[in-house]
Design a protein around this ligand. Structure first.
Ligand code: IPM
Ligand code: MN
Length: 370
């Protein structure tokens, strides 16, 4: 029997309610397999700040340090509420970025997946979606502008100024590129390199290293696209993409656009992998406006569990079964109020009911003997 410790950070806003549904699925996975999960709940985000004065308190760090994997819910407050927390202690700067830095989770995988049958979720026309959207964005997660040195103050002209630096070394670039190439090898053998080398020197170095790394993956075709043009193409012709790789800020922005073409960021789980530790989280925020209403779809959180099964626990078949169960619930015509409108032929169910339906589908899915 394999035994894994999972730190469970439910986070803020809709975090606790969608995490509850993800835990149901983890329990079912235990029942169906010779695996046991020890769930270690811990405070993280604005809730942790209000309770312990720190959005990533030491007790949570200790739990995450000893966990085999971390399941993290969305964090953050509304713009107004955030003002109650000093800037450097706010959950994004005070918890999320420190977690990424601590565990060096440099590789962020964000699937943008919409089967043809679910095309109605998307704002794009059916002819654009064709047979469905199925791409993965690979985002560098611990470098670039988000982690560079920062200063601000008054300059010699007496004006307020700010300076943030974008820095990458060749190792930071090559390791994320290797991850992307390896993924492309397992999929359509097509890699879109997203950059801005017509302006940024960082992209010039990125592309230079890409040429070197590409030699190790002769079967993978590389296509280059400027990031601004990629944004357009994601709307006009998303099915041209399979694996897209890019630096941190480009990935932050384009992956939200990925959620946009699906119809909601609520359909965006993600995996954040380092060489020693991994954590899994929805790509979206904590949606304070709908928190506690039992209407948030738990797809991104349950999808994060699926990514954990595949990447941390070597259970790719069960991961596929979890994805299929979620898609199946949508295909049966059910949805939640955050994703769909009343009257569109959709049977509206709650967060909890959605979780139950995924649970029931998975329970009935035959297991592949391990
Ligand atoms: C994301 C989020 C974070 C980021 C924020 C919350 C710091 O937007 O995971 O995409 O910018 O990376
Ligand atoms: Mn983001």
């Amino acid at each position: 029997m394999k035994h894994y410790k999972i730190a469970v950070l439910a986070g803020d806003g809709i975090g606790p309610e969608i995490t509850r549904e993800a835990i149901k699925i983890l329990k079912l996975i235990e029942e169906r397999n010779t695996v046991s999960f020890e769930l270690l709940p811990a405070a993280f985000g604005a809730c942790a700040y209000f309770e312990y004065g720190d959005a990533f308190p030491q007790a949570t760090i200790d739990i995450c340090d000893k966990a085999d994997a971390i399941l993290k819910g969305p964090i953050g407050l509304s713009h107004e509420e955030s003002k109650k927390i000093p800037i450097d202690k706010q959950p994004e700067r005070g918890a999320l970025l420190p977690m990424r830095r601590r565990y060096n989770t440099y590789a962020n995988f964000r699937p943008v997946f919409l089967p043809k049958a679910l095309a109605h979720f998307s704002p794009l026309k059916p002819e654009i979606i064709g047979e469905g959207i199925d791409l993965i964005m690979v985002r560098e997660l611990v470098g670039g502008l988000y982690f560079g040195s920062k200063e601000s103050g008054i300059n010699d002209k007496g004006l307020r100024y700010v300076k943030e630096t974008l820095e990458y070394d060749e190792l930071q670039i090559s390791r994320i590129l290797h991850q992307a190439f390896k993924l492309a090898e397992k999929r359509r053998k097509l890699l879109h390199n997203i950059h801005k080398s017509n302006v940024l020197k960082s992209s010039v170095l990125w592309n230079e290293i890409l040429e070197e790394v590409a030699k190790d993956y002769p079967d993978v075709e590389v296509r280059h696209q400027l990031v601004d043009s990629a944004a357009t193409n994601l709307c006009l012709n998303p099915t041209q993409f399979d694996v897209m790789v890019m630096e941190n800020m480009f990935g932050d922005i384009l992956s939200d656009q990925g959620g946009g073409i699906l119809g909601s960021l609520g359909l965006m789980p993600s995996a954040c992998l380092g060489d020693e530790k991994a954590y899994y989280e929805p790509s979206h925020g904590s949606a304070p406006d709908i928190a506690g209403k039992n209407i948030a779809n738990p797809y991104s959180m349950i999808g994060s569990v699926a990514m954990m099964l595949e990447n941390s626990f070597n259970m790719p078949e069960e991961a596929k079964n979890v994805w299929a169960a979620m898609q199946g619930v949508f295909a049966d015509g059910f949805s939640t109020a955050d994703l769909s409108k009343q009257g569109s032929g959709i049977r509206m169910i709650s967060t909890e009911q959605f979780g139950d339906k995924v649970f029931d589908k998975l329970r009935l899915t035959p297991k592949v003997p391990s």
